[in-house]
Design a protein around this ligand. Structure first.
Ligand SMILES: Nc1ncnc2c1ncn2[C@@H]1O[C@H](COP(=O)(O)OP(=O)(O)O)[C@@H](O)[C@H]1O
Ligand SMILES: [Mg+2]
Length: 495
């Protein structure tokens, strides 16, 4: 792997004079500069052909200052003196590859060790995951492709954060298009509240991948009778009703459900009738009344659910079901419809291993806000929606229903959900208020570069690479989202 060591950028040098193995301080050559987040490497001390990678956490220039200089500057006397300036990079060790695994070098990295900028192939082979992957863009500042493991993405889903206009929807679009083109037999449910994802290219990718269906707020949806295993019925009820496992109500319900199971029932219907039957078997009147109260809204069907599109069948038979709610008349309609669709898919995914769907929701703070009373829809709509979202965020991925969510503000999404989803995160430029949270999710100061990223650039941190360090990525744009060109100035300009 000779190409790892072509370009020397500097040497290990600690201004304090001590050398460990984790943190590496580098003094750069006069004509070289490095970027925060960039990957560099050194030679392995015992296997010289092997690169040990380090990642730049901060890069800075150092210039010793003399006490009189400030006064000179005040008087307008600027002496550049470039000889005094030294470029520094503070790095963390990432490790080296050893038969497919990334291992840390445990011995100290000696003073004056040469530090290289790795060639593209060396970097790519160090970072790229094994198995099937999708490519989303390039690793900044190189031409190396950033490919993420599909298996991991589908096992964990992903959360996309970033301010308005930073590139979140464009990334979701790229993810969907590439999934549709790469995966055999894909199934995606896209919840699109304002028609942002109406795109000929996306539809075409879906058609080619197995079919496209658009449903809108006025599409009639079919009513489904769903059945679940008793265990799944219990946990769906408990989570949706917001009961803790240790509450009297939950325990009483569990006992009844277990009894039903022992009597030979292998499935239970998710319906009001079934619920009434279960209730009648609860001994304590108090507990029964509480359960009845909690379950009051859970089995309600919207009145318009008649003979119409069966969401589960649609998802099963199409590559992309696009729920385009741009014709909805209010937020409650959007939330209630979305909940119905998600719930139907979730129940199906739980009850049968042959059903699975990747769910995409943009601007998810409108669907699961951290403060429901400040959200766009009514409290009642959120009281039913948020438990469903929580349930899918936690147990969806392992039941073949991962979530791909985007939001402009990390702190505006239900915290439980954002924490669950933080394992795979794409951060575009974020507001300062979200930086500390992002820093703690990413575990690295590289998160701070999210303050300055240009649009279309994001930091990816997650498990879908061979290494679990943040990587700065320039996202490929597959297609424009619909809001592009719909703003006021563009409208006036086109008159
Ligand atoms: N990766 C990218 N490459 C090129 N242009 C991009 C990229 N991402 C976003 N843009 C452009 O930036 C603008 C905002 O993108 P968008 O995805 O709508 O942002 P957000 O959803 O975060 O508000 C659009 O004009 C879009 O075309
Ligand atoms: Mg957007």
């Amino acid at each position: 792997m000779v190409e790892a060591f072509q370009e020397v950028v500097g040497h290990v040098f600690s201004s304090e004079g001590s050398y460990g193995s984790e943190r590496v301080e580098v003094t750069l050559l006069a004509n070289k500069s490095v970027y925060r987040g960039e990957y560099l490497c050194i030679r392995h001390p015992y296997e010289a052909s092997k690169p040990v990678f380090i990642q730049v956490e901060t890069a800075s220039l150092r210039r010793p200052s003399a006490s009189y200089e400030e006064k000179l500057l005040r008087d307008g006397q600027v002496r550049q003196d470039p000889e005094k300036i030294v470029g520094k990079a503070f790095c963390w060790q990432v490790g080296y590859e050893d038969s497919g695994l990334v291992r840390p070098l445990l011995t100290p990295i000696p003073p004056l060790t040469p530090v290289y900028r790795p060639g593209p192939e060396a970097l790519s082979s160090f970072i790229a995951p094994g198995g099937a992957s999708i490519s989303l863009g390039t690793i900044y500042p190189t031409d190396v492709r950033l490919s993420l493991s599909l298996k991991v993405l589908f096992r964990q889903g992903a959360l996309v954060v970033g301010g308005v206009g930073t590139g979140k929807s464009t990334l979701l679009m790229t993810l969907m298009v590439r999934m549709l083109r790469t995966v055999r037999n894909p199934h995606i449910l896209l919840i699109d509240w304002d028609g942002e994802f109406r795109s000929g290219l996306l539809e075409k990718a879906a058609e080619d991948g197995g079919g496209y269906l658009r449903v809108t707020a006025s599409t009639r949806l079919a009513r489904r009778v769903r059945s679940l295993s008793p265990e799944a019925w219990y946990s769906a009820f408990r989570t949706r009703a917001g009961l803790t496992g240790s509450s009297k109500e939950a325990r009483a319900l569990y006992a009844v459900v277990k009894r039903v199971e022992e009597e030979g029932a292998s499935s239970m219907e998710w319906s009001q009738q079934e619920f009434d039957r279960i209730l009648s078997m609860v001994q304590s009147e108090d507990v029964r009344r509480n359960l009845e109260e909690r379950g009051k809204t859970l089995f309600k069907q919207s009145p318009e659910e008649g003979n119409g599109v069966d969401v589960v069948e649609a998802v099963r038979s199409k590559a992309l079901v696009h729920a385009d709610f741009s014709d909805a008349s209010n937020w409650d309609e959007i939330i209630n419809r979305s909940r119905g669709m998600l719930e139907a898919c979730y129940l199906q995914a739980r009850s049968g291993p042959s059903f699975g769907v990747a769910v995409f929701i943009d601007e998810v703070h409108n669907f699961a806000p951290q403060s429901p009373h400040e959200g766009a829809a009514s409290r009642e709509a959120y009281d039913m929606m948020i438990p469903v979202m929580k349930l899918i965020a936690t147990t969806g991925p392992r039941n073949g229903m991962p979530l791909f969510l985007a939001t402009q503000r990390l702190s505006e999404v239900d915290k439980f959900i954002s924490t669950q989803m933080g394992q795979n995160i794409f951060a575009f430029r974020v507001e300062d208020v979200d930086l500390e949270r992002l820093r703690s999710i990413m575990g690295s100061d590289i998160a701070y570069s999210a303050r300055l990223l240009p649009r279309g650039y994001c930091i990816y941190k997650g498990h879908a690479l061979k290494i679990q360090r943040p990587v700065i990525c320039v996202v490929d744009k597959e297609a424009d989202v619909a809001s592009v060109g719909r703003d006021l100035l563009t409208r006036w300009g086109s008159q």
